[in-house]
Write a protein that binds this ligand. Structure first.
Ligand SMILES: [Zn+2]
Length: 507
């Protein structure tokens, strides 16, 4: 089933510098939010129709006017900072009351500005380009970024419940947190922080223009496209378009390590997807970085196919002999299709090294259930789990017998949940998850809830898989009954295996 990628919605965001010009404002998104909950970001959000009603002074580029209005409105909504001339006449209490008018929809931003004789001047907003959310995301934005300075005597705060921990931070300190894997940072924010740190925001900010020019240049060079995500200095997530199950459209390929690295799930056979992946890996190899193996997590078609293409490419281009690696059960399942040279067992570790050559270990976890040979990988020092198809952020996971085994799957989930020092995870589909333990726990709870419902359906007289599906999945489209039937079967197998249901109870 071919899935369409989401069309990006217009949006704007502000890179807000403090008055001294040596710190930038970032905020942590509330971890409870489904989309990038817990991630750090700049204030910003979706363009609203009323943004076009705001009059902007001194704007050279008419196209940008509504985005400047959007950026100013979002900054005010989210952090209480009013980026409008004339705002210095207002007391903090007055600003709070205007903020209340805005978020309770009593007045639009345009009305507030007009009523209080406030003016938005385009020269206060330096355009620094746009970035588009990668295609693998179910929610996508084309966000225009603007550099602006926080007006004197205004202190940003978390003005809406979607945000927590709003703070001005030195770009170098923010990057340091990211380097230690203490935070997840969205790609445009990470790129901006790197540029801001390089430019060494000086206390005088005598020349903010050059900073914005450098930011703009980066965006233009990439045409605003984010092809991969640096989850931390050790892990690059490179989503590849695959023929996977909806709502996912992509499979995450991971490149772990740099000076010594492995590639996990080079998934897609698609030529242009492979070409994009090869460009990145080639750049590592050309830098004398060493590729240890190309690993396949499990045999499902959305995880395999590209590994042999990548292996061949590296041999032809660099004369490298990189082994293809997987669990033996995966290799058996793919016999005749993929020729694996290395078999990975549970507990085996890869000795990798980051960009600076600093060594670290990536441990293999054999986690059967979704597939018999499924592998997950854990960086215990960073508490970062690559959960494979055990846990994905975009949806729940299919356990389809005979290959899928729910009892094993739940044991694997419990094992992952109990990993020491566990912090973040990233599965094979969708974005990285900030609170790994809660996410895994919710997966386990979901299965037990289903089990309860299935037992209740049997108690109330359901005798066949179909009858159970009709009762338990009453809210699901009948088109998905076949898949739901597989899931019910997995539950029944588990109940029987555990002695909680006799085989005679259903057909
Ligand atoms: Zn799978």
């Amino acid at each position: 089933m071919k899935q369409k990628t989401a069309t990006p919605k217009d949006a704007a965001a502000v890179i807000l510098l403090n008055e001294a010009g040596d710190r930038v404002l970032w905020a942590q998104r509330n971890p409870q939010i489904a989309f990038l909950g817990g991630w750090h970001a700049f204030p910003g959000g979706k363009l609203e129709i009323s943004d076009a009603l705001v009059s902007i002074e001194n704007c050279q580029d008419k196209e940008l006017e509504k985005f400047i209005a959007c950026a100013a409105r979002e900054a005010f909504e989210e952090t209480g900072v009013l980026l409008a001339r004339g705002g210095e006449r207002l007391t903090r209490g007055q600003r709070a009351s205007l903020h209340d008018d805005l978020i309770s929809n009593r007045m639009t931003f345009a009305e507030i500005l007009e009523h209080w004789n406030l003016r938005i001047d385009a020269t206060d907003f330096a355009y620094t380009g746009f970035w588009t959310t990668p295609q693998f995301s179910p929610v996508r934005f084309k966000t225009r970024f603007f550099l602006a300075a926080c007006p004197p005597k205004q202190t940003p705060y978390a003005a809406i419940s979607e945000l927590e921990n709003v703070e001005f931070i030195r770009p170098t300190d923010a990057l340091e947190k990211w380097k230690k894997s203490e935070v997840l940072i969205s790609p445009p924010v990470l790129l901006s922080l790197k540029t801001l740190a390089e430019d060494g925001l000086k206390s005088e900010v005598q020349n903010p223009k050059s900073v914005s020019e450098n930011l703009l240049e980066n965006s233009q060079k990439a045409d605003g496209e984010i092809r991969h995500i640096e989850l931390n200095p050790r892990v690059v997530c490179f989503p590849l378009k695959t023929d996977t199950l909806p709502p996912a459209t992509h499979t995450n390929c991971f490149i772990v390590g740099r000076k010594r690295f492995v590639v996990i799930d080079a998934a897609s056979e698609d030529e242009s997807e492979q070409a994009a992946l090869h460009r990145l890996i080639d750049s590592f190899v050309e830098n004398n970085d060493e590729c240890l193996a190309v690993i396949t997590t499990h045999q499902h078609r959305d995880h395999t196919g590209g590994e042999t293409i990548l292996q061949t490419h590296l041999r032809e281009r660099f004369n490298l002999k990189i082994p293809l690696a997987a669990h033996r059960q995966t290799a058996n399942a793919l016999a005749g299709k993929v020729d694996f040279q290395t078999f990975i067992e549970d507990g085996e570790a890869f000795d990798l090294a980051d960009e600076d050559g600093k060594p670290f270990r990536l441990k293999t976890l054999h986690t059967p259930g979704h597939a018999a040979g499924l592998l997950a990988f854990y960086d215990a020092e960073f508490g970062f789990l690559l959960s494979g198809d055990n846990v994905v952020s975009s949806s729940s996971v299919v356990i389809a017998p005979p290959e899928g085994n729910l009892k094993n799957y739940l044991s694997s989930l419990e094992r992952l949940r109990d990993l020491p020092n566990l912090r973040f995870l990233c599965g094979s589909h969708g974005a990285a998850v900030f609170d790994a333990e809660s996410k895994i726990e919710s997966y386990i709870a979901h299965r037990f809830e289903r089990e309860k419902q299935i037992l209740e359906a049997i108690e109330s007289g359901a005798k066949t898989t179909r009858e159970i599906v009709e009762r338990v999945y009453a809210d699901v489209s009948p088109a998905l009954y076949k898949l739901a039937g597989k899931s019910v079967e997995a539950h029944l197998n588990k109940l029987i295996e555990e002695g909680n249901l006799s085989r005679e109870r259903y057909e």
